[in-house]
Every structure is written in C-alpha cells, then in structure tokens.
Design a protein around this ligand. Structure first.
Ligand SMILES: NC(=O)C1=CN([C@@H]2O[C@H](COP(=O)(O)OP(=O)(O)OC[C@H]3O[C@@H](n4cnc5c(N)ncnc54)[C@H](OP(=O)(O)O)[C@@H]3O)[C@@H](O)[C@H]2O)C=CC1
Ligand SMILES: O=C1OC[C@@H](O)[C@H](O)[C@H]1O
Length: 392
C-alpha cells in the first residue's frame, strides 16, 4: 500500500549564482499548495560557495532557507556532507565536468545544470561514473519537465498531427549593440570562452531540446543524427549565433535549431513573439510560443479540421506563502521520484539522449571552429582542479 508520507529529498546546492538562487527558491516552495504534488518534497540541507563561507551564508539568507541549512566555503565540504542526498551543480558549464565528477565520486546523486559538459567525452565519463557508483544523475533541462512539454510530447504520440517530419526551434536573445558588440562584458559567462561561453551551449541547447524531445526522444528505433552547422563567431572566440540542421534519414525527418545573441526570437524583449517552435507533421502542426526554455502556450493546427486552431495556455504556479514560483520545481520533483523509485536516470531525459545532444553541439562548434581551453575540455578528473577548489 502506498505511504501517505511524501518522500523527502535532501539537497546540497553547489554555487551561489543566479540560477542557484532561482532553483533553490523553487525547491523551498510548498509542493502541495503550489502545484498539487503530494508524493515528494524537498529540503535544502546546505549550500556551498567556492569563494567563501560567508557568501554561502548570505545566499541561504537571501533564498530564505531554513535556519538548519549549513553554509560551506568549499565544494569539497559540500559533497562530503553525509546528510545530503543530491547535489545540484549550478556553476558555469566550464565547471560542470569537474564539479559533477567531484560529487559523483563522493557517491552523491547529481542534478547538473545545462549544458551538461563542454565535450561529449566529458558527458560519457560522468555517465560511466554514475553507473559505477550506482547513483542518480540528470542534466537539468527544466523545460522537459514542464507540463507544456509533457503535453506536447503526448499530443505528438497520439498522432494528432501525423508523423512529424520537421521541427524548427529558436531561442535568441536580442543583445545587439550599436557599436557591434552584444550586451555582455567579454568576461561574462555568456561570451567568455574560459567559461565555455557562447549562444549554443547556453541558449541553443533549448532549441535543440525541442528538436530532440519532439523527434529523437519519440523514435522507437533510435537513429544517430547527421549534423550541419553554421556558426558566427564573436570577437571573444565564442559563438554569437549558431544554426544547426540535424537530419534523421531513416525517419525522413529534420530539425532546425537556431540561436543568436543579436536577434531576438520575438520582437518583444520577453521573446514571446511566436511561434518560437514549429512542429510540422503531415497532418497538422503544433506551434509553441517562446521563450523556448519556459513556454506558456501552444496551438494545434489540424489539417483534417480545415486548419482549425486550438490554443492552450499554461501558467507557472506560485507558492502563496513565498510569492514565488519559477517552474524549476518540476525537474526537482522528477529527481525525487526517480531516487525514491531507485531509478538512476530519468525517462524524460535519458543519459543517452543528453550524450547525443552533447555530440551534436560539439560537432556544430567543431564545424564552426570554436575551441575552448584545455582546462575546461579535459576529461581527466582532478579533485584539486581550480574548477573544484575555486583557487583561480
Ligand atoms: N536552467 C536555467 O534556466 C538556467 C541555467 N543556467 C545554467 O546555470 C549555470 C550557471 O549560470 P548562472 O547562475 O547564470 O551563473 P552565475 O555567474 O550567476 O553563477 C555561477 C556561480 O558559479 C560559481 N563559480 C565557480 N567558479 C566560477 C567562475 N570561475 N566564474 C563564475 N562563477 C563561478 C559561483 O558561485 P560560488 O562562488 O558560490 O561558488 C557563481 O556564483 C550555467 O551552466 C547556465 O547554463 C543559467 C541560467 C538559467
Ligand atoms: O538556461 C537559461 O535559460 C534562461 C536564460 O535567461 C539563461 O541565460 C540561460 O542560461
């Protein structure tokens, strides 16, 4: 008989930047009152900063964590805490391989922010370590767990638009400046090669997510995609715009994943002009409004109904007590359910799919001549790497 007590997942937060703050606040929302979830809940046990314990303390205050939450001044201390079930890695992508490996080596379950790694080989090694340690490991592509994504995947599987042969998806940010730059300092993680900057690994991954979750993910016999890419390099060496065509010849399908730091997906700053994602089947289309990372509306246009349009809107629920909700809690709930049920990977984003997506992105960047420093592309784990110790 199922227990009425929700399963509690105990989190350790690695890093104290913007997304760590956003995600942790989502963790601290009440699952029952926010989103009618009663089988799992979350506890923030500790947070760590690579720069100082004080920064971690300030972070915990800022997110209104319970007073029991511990602050650590190093990632090593965090992964050694026996009370923690899962580490959320919220550092720049440049750091993900070393930081996630640090946690996996310590026997922790890991949720690692996107992009999972800088290279496919790094992703492979993390997956191998998760297998070896028999722990749960997932890339934090929150979009996959949002109700709208689940619904769109179900619609496609129901056959309402027939077989899907083409998907065009865009996430572009509109940061063009009159002086020819984009509105990020050269040191910012969006454009800094030392932090694996660039449009593709940061934003294009969402366009690719839509291409993958509506086609590759639903393939019964998985087919490796062919990849053709056009990459516009920024003066820092990172990509400022990347367009990828992925092709699955046996499925007669193609996906076009677009991203740019200069153009915006929509004309308004919120990127809500649409459709950001156009899913084309032989019997109709599904249009999803942007932004691709957190869309709130889709339209189904059925060919057999004379082009009749059904529009469905979604919203991100808020915790009334905290006046907060960003939409990242669904991926946290997925982690809790997988760990409760003894699963090592999520069916919505299996290891193999994260890996193939990394292979596609690596190939696209290779075609465009984008390179990153050895420190962040090595697939050799080093617990004392500056990426783990913060000693820059
Ligand atoms: N899912 C989503 O919607 C989003 C995901 N992301 C992903 O999250 C990751 C982090 O992004 P974001 O939070 O915006 O980044 P921030 O720059 O705001 O934060 C990154 C944090 O990483 C730690 N860090 C360790 N070493 C470095 C270093 N050399 N330079 C900078 N930071 C360092 C710092 O925390 P400390 O000193 O405490 O260790 C810092 O606060 C990226 O991989 C990004 O792709 C980002 C935004 C949205
Ligand atoms: O993952 C992301 O999604 C939201 C964007 O604002 C952010 O830059 C990106 O990292």
């Amino acid at each position: 008989m199922a227990s009425n007590t929700p399963f509690t997942l105990k989190w350790g937060i690695m890093a104290t930047g913007w997304i760590a703050e956003t995600f942790t606040q989502d963790l601290l929302t009440n699952p029952a009152t926010t989103r009618d979830v009663h089988d799992v809940r979350h506890e923030v046990v500790a947070a760590a900063s690579s720069s100082s314990k004080q920064r971690a303390e300030e972070f915990l205050v800022k997110v209104k964590a319970p007073s029991s939450a511990k602050a650590y001044g190093s990632y090593h201390e965090l992964v050694a805490d026996p009370e923690i079930d899962i580490i959320y890695v919220a550092t720049p992508h440049s750091h993900h391989f070393q930081n996630a490996m640090l946690a996996l080596e310590a026997g922790k379950n890991v949720l690692c922010e996107k992009a999972l790694t800088v290279t496919a080989s790094q992703a492979r090694k993390l997956i191998d370590m998760a297998k070896k340690k028999k722990v749960f490991f997932m890339e934090a592509v929150w979009t996959r767990y949002q109700p709208i994504s689940i619904k769109v995947r179900e619609l496609i599987q129901s056959g309402v638009i027939g077989p899907v042969y083409r998907v065009v998806a865009d996430l572009s940010f509109g940061n063009d400046q009159p002086d020819g730059t984009v509105s990020f300092a050269d040191t910012h993680r969006m454009v800094n090669p030392d932090l694996a900057g660039g449009a593709l690994l940061d934003l294009g991954i969402y366009s690719l997510t839509w291409v993958f979750q509506t086609m590759y993910h639903l393939q019964k016999e998985k087919e490796k995609p062919k990849v053709v890419a056009a990459v516009q390099k920024y003066h820092t060496g990172a990509d400022e715009a990347t367009s990828i065509i992925v092709q699955w010849p046996q499925h007669k399908s193609q996906g076009i994943a677009l991203t740019s730091l200069r153009l915006a997906t929509g004309v308004d700053k919120e990127n809500t002009g649409g459709p950001a994602i156009r899913i084309q089947g032989s019997g109709g289309e599904i249009h999803v409004a942007g932004p691709a990372y957190r869309p709130l509306q889709y339209k189904v246009i059925r060919g057999d109904a004379g082009g009749k349009i059904e529009t469905v809107d979604f919203s991100i629920p808020k915790d009334p007590e905290r006046d907060w909700g960003h939409g990242m809690f669904w991926e946290a709930d997925e982690c809790a359910r997988c760990i409760r049920d003894g699963k090592k990977e999520s069916e919505s984003l299996p290891w193999e799919e994260s890996l193939v997506m990394m292979e596609v992105m690596e190939e696209a960047l290779k075609q465009g001549g984008v390179t990153y420093p050895d420190l962040i592309t090595t697939d050799v784990f080093d617990a004392q790497s500056p990426l783990n110790t913060g000693k820059r």
